[in-house]
Design a protein. Structure first.
Length: 389
């Protein structure tokens, strides 16, 4: 049985209940899947793709010692960006952006990026000057932080430059303090909460990010609901849990899909949008675009990460030498992916995962992708506009 629905973005989508495949619908609402979602493997060649956003890691140092974080595990080998490297990085991004017709987003990242607030100010100064000279469109700015170092100067800067700020909170006070301690094991939650509300009162565009910990997997829904109840925001982000060294997913399963669905429903009831690993699946469908890689990449644009030593990488999570953009590499789909019904919205295996592990597919991620459509269909009302539900 095939039935046509309309997503909240207004695009007709056909769901095949027999195969659980999702197809965009052509103008004549044909029951035939669009050719772009046929299960033919596409090569992914990053040499032809254009960065539409940059995640610039200013430092690998942090003022916290979060459980399982690469910062905590690699204290002796942390990299820090110098002012000279920053200027070179910004110059390269300006060159890359001169012919783009949409603004580029710059996300400042770490470690804890506010440890290098001087570099953030310099980057914005250089980019705003380039926009004033009409070399590029005015960029947008965002930052992911633990909020511990936020002060009046930083808040004024965020307001002046319209920063979108994501603050990491991993649950209630007890859980957050266990997962995100400082070196002295002080109460970090109370500090973060106080700084968060100061930014809210100042009118900063701010939201919470939670990074699930596998040890607390059975508590993810309750922890997320606590955050949604306690922290005002327009968007709530649930990051994916993965091993830093391999990028292997640690929570991919039907139960994880169900948890994200429940969080999405609860957030919608409160008028809050969610950004989870379900989001790129729905985005690929609603934008009538086949998902072309494991990351949130649609078409020819992608999020490019920049390491503290100035390397540009196609991978948002890793910046090892193998992922440098100046090395043109093609990543072919494994044969088993070409026959998988999830390919149209999954995008195939992560090239970084394959390079790091030598494995073709991440079984946890595959389990998640195969389980996602059935649960989306069962809970379709939360992905539709209210008047369509």
């Amino acid at each position: 049985m095939k039935k046509i629905y309309k997503t909240s973005w207004g695009v007709p989508v056909m769901l095949d209940f027999n195969t659980l495949e999702m197809f965009e619908v052509t103008d004549d609402y044909s029951v035939q899947p669009d050719a772009r979602l046929m299960l033919e493997g596409l090569d992914l060649d990053f040499s032809e793709m254009v960065p539409c956003a940059y995640r610039i890691a200013l430092t690998e140092h942090c003022n916290l010692r979060c459980v399982d974080c690469f910062v905590t595990k690699n204290l002796a080998t942390h990299l820090v960006m110098t002012p000279e490297i920053l200027e070179d990085v910004i110059a390269r991004t300006i060159t890359n952006s001169k012919n783009l017709t949409t603004p580029v987003n710059y996300q400042f990242f770490g470690g804890e990026p506010l440890l290098k607030f001087d570099l953030i100010k310099r980057a914005v100064e250089l980019l705003d000057a380039a926009a004033f000279r009409n070399e590029i469109l005015q960029p947008t700015y965002s930052l992911t932080t633990n909020a511990m170092l936020v002060n009046d100067e930083i808040i004024d800067f965020f307001k002046q430059h319209n920063f979108s700020v994501g603050v990491s909170v991993d649950g209630d006070k007890d859980t957050h303090n266990k997962l995100r301690p400082d070196p002295q094991f002080n109460d970090t939650f109370s500090v973060v909460r106080q700084k968060y509300f100061v930014m809210v009162d100042a009118g900063i565009n701010i939201h919470v990010l939670i990074t699930p910990n596998p040890a607390y997997a059975d508590q993810l829904v309750s922890l997320a609901k606590y955050i949604l109840d306690e922290f005002p925001m327009k968007t709530f982000t649930v990051n994916e849990a993965f091993e830093y060294d391999t990028l292997r997913w640690t929570m991919g399963s039907k139960e994880h899909v169900e948890a994200l669905i429940e969080i999405t429903r609860y957030a919608k009831e409160k008028g809050i949008e969610t950004d989870t690993v379900l989001t790129p699946i729905l985005s690929a469908i609603s934008n009538e675009t086949r998902r072309r890689s494991a990351c949130s990449i649609l078409g020819k644009e992608f999020l490019c990460s920049v390491s503290p030593d100035g390397r540009f990488s196609f991978c948002a999570q890793k910046w090892v030498k193998d992922f440098d953009l100046n090395k043109s590499q093609k990543y072919l789909l494994p044969e088993q992916c070409k026959e998988c019904y999830a390919l149209g919205y999954c995008g195939g295996p992560c090239p970084a995962f394959r390079a790091l592990t030598g494995c073709e597919v991440d079984e946890n991620r595959c389990a998640f992708m195969r389980a996602a459509p059935a649960k989306i269909i069962e809970n379709l009302d939360i992905f539709l506009d209210d008047e369509e539900g």
